[in-house]
Design a protein. Sequence first.
Length: 147
Amino acid sequence: MTERKYLKDEFKPIQVTWTLEQLVEAGEWWADVLGLGGWTIDIELARGFTIPESEAEVTWTLTKRRATVRLLDPNDKPNGDPIDMERALVHELLHVVFAAWDDSSRDGMSEILIAVGIEQPIERLAILLVAFRRNIAKYKFKREDQF
């Protein structure tokens, strides 16, 4: 039996820097893949001081099916860690996929419950989807893997 590597071991953060035009094109592709065709999704680059301590953020109006994804300008990454703009984009688009659930579930939740119940599963899905697109889906997860 061949030993398989785990996704976490191979899917380390990498620098994926795109222009706004490339982000918009990728956003359209991912929105289609994720079934967000009925949504109007704007994609913007944001300066670091406008989205502190984050690589991206998304806001949405569920009733209008409209969302805005703002991704950190890579020049503003404070600690020099690589930014995978595609992973960050997919993460925010997944929030839109789960917008109805996400809106209602956050009411009254503690920060830790939001992290464990919403952010971690969405991040895992974003990593998996990007990994599949990059053809490294031959790896498997260990239950205790944390990203």
